[in-house]
Design a protein around this ligand. Structure first.
Ligand code: SF4
Length: 406
């Protein structure tokens, strides 16, 4: 099937198939907000968020503001090694703190004012999650349960485990809690019921907002957050929980880039998306492929290095070029003039533009396929994978599975 199509037709089919899979599975890869005790009344009996009440007040702030604050902390912690464990951990700490009237999303300062209790709860709930998750995590990751640790820091090699709760608590919990706190303090005489939401929505596009989440000189999270997490926040804000009140193109479902992580990268590499736009040698030059640096002497794929890389092959499809210009100028809003070359990570936006699918659907599909079928070892479950009829590795180049890891 792969051979009979032109390269760009193949990529279009692949992107639409992934988005369709994701569309059917919305909400799977996100924190379960309805399980957080202080947010329970934001949801109806069926667990659906009451959207018409998002602007209702909950204490001093709107519900939209409170949920956005929670998602910011959540996305920072989500960079840890065991996502289901991280989500239980955050839920349990939040519930325990609120039961003690330490209302960290309503009054960020409570976290610091009662720092001894905040730190005790972080330690206590980390231990309980470790008891429940360590063995499962160790089996999935071919590791030892004693190594289970959700406390992490950034290093030049990526995320590393740390033991110091204060480092973790202040850097990973404290910094995202300080963003709304500082915005609140900066209001001065001005009144607002959702200063964090107003800050987020003050940017021309959600893509620009994702960049400023990390880089803004006053409110940016800096090393407390990675690029992927910034894009994941936007995905949750726009697609998963539909918190955005903006309607313009800069806040559309094509207005942010895919949050590239190792699952997404592995599926796109094996399925043939990346090799449709550049050769393996290009990826080696860009250090996306790092020869011999993967597990068991395989080649390591560092997906984050794809960001900003240009398409190296000719794309003779006028509609794609037209859509691409529309995406970068009007949706991502990251350029003022049409670019001369296309960037690889913006191709899914281009293909899905004006369809019923958005980047959130596409990313949900990648996560579903990457975690349920396309395992990071030599024997992914290709037989049951939704991409089995299209996938380049399955149908033509099995060496892309055998020799590469993410
Ligand atoms: S068919 Fe196999 S290699 Fe291809 S995406 Fe699915 S699980 Fe991965």
């Amino acid at each position: 099937m792969v051979e009979k199509m032109s390269e760009i037709d193949f990529v279009k089919k692949l992107v639409f198939k992934i988005a369709e899979v994701g569309h059917q599975r919305k909400i799977m890869d996100s924190p379960s907000l309805a399980d957080i005790e202080p947010f329970r009344h934001f949801f109806d009996r069926n667990g659906n968020l009451k959207y018409d009440e998002l602007n209702s007040m909950d204490g001093a702030w709107t519900r939209r503001e409170i949920l956005a604050r929670f998602l910011l902390l959540s996305v920072v912690l989500d960079q840890g090694p065991d996502i289901p464990g991280v989500r239980d951990f955050l839920k349990n700490v939040t519930n325990a703190l609120y039961r003690k009237e330490i209302r960290i999303f309503h009054r960020s300062l409570d976290f610091f004012r009662e720092l001894n209790i905040s730190i005790d709860e972080i330690l206590d709930k980390h231990n309980s999650v470790k008891k429940l998750r360590a063995k499962i995590w160790a089996k999935l990751n071919n590791s030892n349960p004693s190594k289970y640790n959700l406390f992490f820091a950034q290093s030049p090699r990526g995320i590393i485990s740390i033991n110091q709760v204060l480092d973790y608590g202040i850097h990973r919990w404290g910094v995202p809690l300080c963003v709304p706190l500082l915005l609140e303090k900066d209001l001065g005489e001005k009144e607002s019921t959702q200063p964090f939401v107003e800050y987020l929505e003050s940017f021309e596009s959600s893509e620009i907002m994702s960049k400023e989440l990390k880089n803004h000189e006053r409110y940016g999270l800096g090393s407390a957050i990675g690029n992927k997490a910034c894009h994941l926040f936007v995905k949750w804000y726009i697609h998963t929980f539909s918190l955005s009140s903006k309607k313009e193109d800069g806040w559309s479902k094509w207005s942010f880039e895919v949050p590239f992580d190792s699952n997404a990268g592995r599926v796109l590499f094996r399925a043939g998306f990346f090799t449709s736009f550049a050769d393996l040698e290009d990826y080696e030059d860009w250090e996306v492929i790092q020869k011999g640096k993967g597990k068991g002497k395989t080649h390591y794929i560092r997906v984050t290095n794809i960001r900003g890389k240009k398409v190296q092959k000719d794309i003779e499809d006028e509609k794609i070029i037209e859509n691409y210009n529309n995406v970068v100028l009007n949706h991502l809003k990251i350029r003022k003039k049409p670019p001369t070359k296309l960037e690889i990570q913006q191709i899914p936006n281009t293909i899905l533009l004006n369809s019923k699918f958005g980047i959130g659907d596409f990313d949900d599909g990648l996560i579903y396929i990457g975690t349920k079928f396309c395992f990071n070892h030599e024997k992914p479950d290709c037989k049951n994978c939704p991409l089995k009829d299209l996938c380049l590795s399955k149908n033509k180049k099995p060496e892309l599975i055998k020799n590469y890891r993410t």
